[in-house]
Write a protein that binds this ligand. Structure first.
Ligand code: HEC
Length: 88
């Protein structure tokens, strides 16, 4: 499994704590795989902590032309999955 694309199940431990539902994470992951690897390889989620991702994501939503809803789903996936990745 490439480090940058943890399956949604890898984030399971973080879901309940974050109160994010599974469907949101599934949508966010698909957006990440589809749109965040177009210009560069998808960046491994473990490379940044929450603050690091929050800092870069807004710039990348714009680059990927994501809608507001896509951006919110993506953020839910990236932030919960990166937290899970850092716990490993
Ligand atoms: C239109 C091209 C494009 C798209 C689409 C894009 N990026 Fe980027 N990304 C870049 C460029 C160019 C850089 C490096 C310069 C910069 O930071 O603006 C970068 C840098 C990054 C970095 C920092 C890399 C590092 O090693 O420090 C991260 C993290 C990142 N992108 C995540 C994302 C995510 C998440 C998405 C999906 C929402 C995304 N990118 C979509 C062009 C893109």
């Amino acid at each position: 499994m490439p480090a940058g694309e943890p399956p949604v199940d890898a984030a399971r431990a973080a879901w309940a704590a974050a109160g994010v539902d599974r469907a949101t994470l599934e949508r966010g992951r698909l957006t990440y795989l589809r749109d965040c690897g177009r210009c560069h390889s998808p960046v491994a989620l473990s490379t940044r902590d929450t603050a690091g991702w929050e800092g870069i994501l807004p710039e990348m939503y714009a680059k990927a032309y994501l809608s507001r809803e896509e951006s919110e789903d993506l953020a839910a996936y990236v932030l919960t999955a990166s937290r899970a990745a850092q716990r490993r």
